[in-house]
Design a protein around this ligand. Structure first.
Ligand SMILES: Nc1nc2c(ncn2[C@@H]2O[C@H](COP(=O)(O)OP(=O)(O)OP(=O)(O)O)[C@@H](O)[C@H]2O)c(=O)[nH]1
Length: 573
């Protein structure tokens, strides 16, 4: 199989660079916005304390284990985590805001000499319960800055602690939504575009790609708290189950896409069965996320994530190795995803700080990947299209060849057997004339015997050329038998047919054949002409032309004979 061509690939690269440039500009803008935001004045320590209840009074200062900045990244924890907070200079009305909607079991306690009391979690921000659900937040108590924060979640513990007034919170949320708007705009555009392609091309690859896109959209709706924004009553637990299910959908659709795209079932059966197994495990993981949610589920997902990425990369590298050019897009797409997933895993296990890149790396990777997969599909479709065209051309060529005579290049008897009845039927309907000329070289046996069979072949080719010089391109010339030719003359009456026959006769008689020895000889031929009579069949017409030819031979050869009707013939010489 030939996987050639490169024009579309170049155009695809151009589009990709444009997009990358646009993304870099947006990132720079986002980072600039980050820098201009007022920094919260918060100090944080992780307490070496486990359990549901806060540490005993007086133990706060002794259990201090680790000092943090406001960007918390502690990874997966099987138990609740206690953080000690000191907020300096909090103004009345300011809120303590945690940036991650996935952290659950968040409690804030204010502590003094008499003990610790919970601070009620805000359920509304500017009359909006959604925003308060998407960003866990507490109104800071005035006149105290000793606080305890308890977080218990199955997900990685990562969030920013920010002290914001209403204006800052609005701005923070607006920036977040702007970035999300760009992402979801891109996903929606790709979904619409590829849905149209799915309907027009009916290629299941597009179905899996759409599943992949939808899964990615759903995942980030959950991860960024956008679902909670619109359905705050849903709760963080349900949000998390949906998030993990979306992760399964992304992975399963990605694997199925990969299998079909690279045709692994046929081309790479071992990798194909690995991918099929992974699909089942991912479906099982989604069920566990709903039935037995725990931090172990997230560990299971991490493992499956690594295996899925390995399968993606392995199948694409092997596809490229086999010479399937569109696999390069796939490889590029998975490589981008690998970066995003590695960032996600690092932060999930508390191995990297919580910052813009670790927070949004997976999302940026997924956006780039969605585009690259779309380009991969386009490349594959154009490649298959070109192959199909080449095949059709080849088929047409072979089909044409099966109707041609190998020696002379004119049509063969098979062609005449199909074309003559069709021409007769057409003439019957239209009432237009139809004529036939049947001819052969005179005393050809003697020629063959005298000059040899090879020269005889050249004589047949010579006659073919002479005929083709006389007749129109649209009048098919056929080699009917060994040395007999038939010319089908549509919409020609007997006068026109006689004229053509006579020109052929004279043409052959005056155009010498140059033999292989260099000698020149003149050949003659005899031609029988018949015009179709009303209601006459193809075979009857052919028979009458043959009769005319026979009569020409009988009358002395080198002449044209017309079979005017049943048995009457007129002769020209
Ligand atoms: N070189 C060559 N000879 C062929 C081919 N097909 C048929 N022939 C020869 O054509 C000759 C036809 O001979 P006949 O049917 O006796 O006809 P003829 O000698 O031309 O005599 P008339 O047709 O009566 O003028 C035979 O010798 C065949 O071998 C071919 O493809 N190549």
């Amino acid at each position: 199989m030939q996987w050639g061509g490169g024009g579309e690939s170049g155009r695809g690269m151009g589009r990709l660079w444009l997009l990358l440039t646009a993304m870099v500009v947006l990132l720079a803008w986002e980072l600039a916005g980050e820098a201009s935001r007022p920094q919260p004045n918060v100090s944080l320590w992780v307490l070496d304390h486990q359990g549901q209840q806060p540490p005993e009074k007086g133990a706060l200062s002794t259990v201090t284990a680790e000092s943090l900045d406001e960007q918390v990244s502690l990874g997966l924890k099987a138990h609740p985590v206690w953080l000690r907070l000191r907020v300096v200079g909090a103004l009345p009305g300011q809120r303590l805001v945690l940036s991650n909607p996935l952290v659950q079991g968040v409690e804030l306690l204010v502590c003094d000499d008499s003990g610790c009391r919970p601070v009620a979690r805000e359920t509304h921000f500017a009359d909006d319960p959604g925003l308060a659900a998407a960003l866990p937040q507490f109104r800071l108590p005035v006149a105290t800055n000793e606080l305890l924060l308890r977080v218990e979640t199955d997900q990685a513990i990562r969030f920013n602690v920010q002290v914001l007034d209403d204006v800052d919170l609005h701005r923070y949320w607006r920036d977040l939504l702007l970035g999300q708007g760009l992402y979801f705009g891109l996903i929606a555009g790709l979904v619409i575009y590829n849905s149209l392609l799915l309907f027009s091309l009916r290629d299941t690859n597009y179905l899996w790609y759409l599943g992949f896109l939808s899964g990615a959209g759903a995942y980030f709706l959950c991860q960024n708290g956008l679902l909670l924004l619109y359905f705050p009553q849903m709760g963080a637990r349900l949000n998390e189950a949906l998030l993990l299910t979306a992760l399964s959908v992304i992975s399963i659709c990605g694997l199925q896409f990969c299998r079909r795209f690279l045709m692994t079932a046929r081309q790479d059966p071992r990798v194909d069965s690995l991918m099929r197994w992974l699909c089942w495990l991912l479906a099982l993981a989604a069920a566990i996320a709903w039935l037995l949610p725990s931090f172990l589920t997230v560990v299971f997902y991490s493992l499956l994530g690594v295996l899925t990425l390995t399968a993606f990369l392995l199948s694409s590298v092997r596809g490229l190795w086999r010479g399937f050019r569109p696999a390069q897009w796939l490889l590029m797409a998975w490589s981008v995803l690998v970066v995003g997933v590695v960032l996600l895993l690092l932060v999930t296990y508390g191995l990297s700080p919580h910052n813009f890149w670790t927070l949004h790396g997976f999302q940026i990777g997924s956006a780039l990947e969605a585009i690259l997969l779309s380009l991969a599909l386009a490349d594959r479709i154009s490649l298959l299209q070109r192959e199909r065209e080449t095949l059709l051309e080849e088929k047409a060529r072979l089909h044409g060849m099966s109707y041609l005579d190998g020696l002379t290049g004119v049509h063969n008897r098979r062609y005449l057997d199909e074309a003559l009845p069709a021409a007769v039927a057409q003439a019957e309907v239209s009432g237009r004339p139809l004529s036939l000329i049947m001819l052969d070289i005179d005393n050809f046996k003697r020629f063959n015997d005298g000059w040899g069979h090879a020269e005889g072949d050249r004589a047949l080719q010579h006659l073919g050329k002479v005929i083709e010089e006389v007749v129109r391109d649209i009048d098919p010339v056929c080699r009917y038998g060994g040395e007999e030719f038939v010319i089908l003359l549509k919409e020609r009456d007997e006068h026109q047919a006689l004229d053509i026959a006579e020109r052929i006769r004279k043409g052959l008689a005056t155009t010498p054949l140059t033999l292989l020895t260099g000698e020149q000889v003149l050949l003659t031929c005899t031609l029988g002409v018949a015009k179709r009579l009303e209601g006459e069949s193809a075979s009857a017409l052919l028979r009458r032309a043959d009769q005319a030819l026979y009569r020409g031979k009988y009358a002395g050869r080198d002449r044209v004979v017309l079979n005017a009707s049943g048995g009457v013939a007129s002769t020209t010489s």
